[in-house]
Ligand binder design. Structure first.
Ligand SMILES: C[S@@+](CC[C@H](N)C(=O)[O-])C[C@H]1O[C@@H](n2cnc3c(N)ncnc32)[C@H](O)[C@@H]1O
Length: 288
């Protein structure tokens, strides 16, 4: 989706906040209540939206490592987290590249690490209580999932992975070409994005197998985007990106996909378009 620009991540952040499965956030909250201090590794952190979404659900003393291959997005993360902290009346200071956001109760320290996680979590610190992977799994391979499960197990860490696309999207009103567009999108999902042959919508299934092999227990819950007229900009961006993927299939599809795009954009403009995009969240922990 538009590469992974900060603008794209900003556009999706409110929809992500609304979508994350509340029952798994509750599990996360209960689990973190057993820790005085939680150390988190956020893999493919982008601009830090996972921290902003889940930190308030956890016990207040937290150390985060935000890891991403894009230094540009990590710079944007600093800006966005500083603004977020300010809105919550947290003080901010930085010492030797460790950011500290503190309030009456909260104490979050954050480091930003530019690292290519092409083959999985590698050199990401010795103590990790919680691994978070938000809107990333569809990019990774089967081997990456195995490495993730093994690494969590070595650390004895819990795992929270959210907003994993499940291969389904549905518009209302519907259009006869919706399913053809969806099949092009889902095929594209499986192309290599730099983390091995991408699993796309089967990532959760594959990860679940890897977690079972690593003796983890897990629960899953749906976290769909339910987009209406308040999310016109996000709907438009998705329609543009998805139709661009079809245009890239060749000229013979151009007229048809142009009609589809025009139909979709007109419905969005008329505030009559509703779009659900299926996602799944997963919470996993080592068997006692
Ligand atoms: C859809 S974004 C999700 C960002 C963030 N987790 C969120 O929920 O908003 C995918 C992220 O994965 C990162 N990414 C993609 N390939 C990567 C790689 N090989 N190593 C590290 N990060 C990668 C991208 O830079 C981007 O920030």
């Amino acid at each position: 989706m538009n590469g992974f620009s900060a603008a794209w991540l900003d556009l999706r952040e409110p929809a992500d906040v609304a979508a994350r499965a509340p029952e798994l956030l509750e599990r996360l909250s209960e689990w973190s209540g057993q820790h005085e201090h939680v150390t988190v590794a956020d893999l493919g952190s982008g601009t830090g939206s996972c921290l902003r979404a889940i930190a308030p659900h956890m016990s207040p003393r937290q150390s985060w490592r935000l890891i991403d291959r894009s230094g540009v997005l990590l710079d944007e993360a600093v800006t966005r987290l500083s603004k977020w902290a300010h809105q919550r009346s947290l003080s901010a200071r930085v010492e030797q590249n460790v950011w500290r956001f503190m309030g009456k109760i909260s104490d979050y320290s954050v480091v930003f690490e530019e690292q290519d996680l092409a083959t999985g979590p590698g050199n990401t610190g010795s103590v990790v209580d919680l691994v978070t992977v938000s809107a990333v799994l569809d990019l990774v391979s089967k081997e990456w999932c195995s490495n993730l499960a093994r690494w969590c197990s070595e650390k004895g860490a819990a795992l929270y992975t959210c907003l994993n696309y499940d291969g389904q999207f549905h518009f209302a009103p519907s259009h006869p070409d919706d399913s053809d567009v969806r099949s092009v999108v889902n095929t594209h999902q499986r192309s290599d994005k730099g983390m091995g042959p991408a699993l796309g919508s089967s990532a959760i299934e594959v990860l679940a197998e890897a977690l079972s092999a690593a003796k983890y227990q897990f629960v899953v819950a749906p976290s769909p985007w339910l987009l209406g007229s308040d999310n016109s900009a996000l709907q438009s961006a998705l329609v543009r990106d998805w139709s661009d993927l079809v245009f890239r299939q060749g000229d013979k599809y151009a007229a048809r996909v142009s009609r589809w795009r025009n139909f979709r954009m007109a419905a969005i403009k008329a505030r009559q378009s509703h779009l659900s995009v299926g996602h799944v969240d997963l919470w996993a922990w080592p068997k006692a």
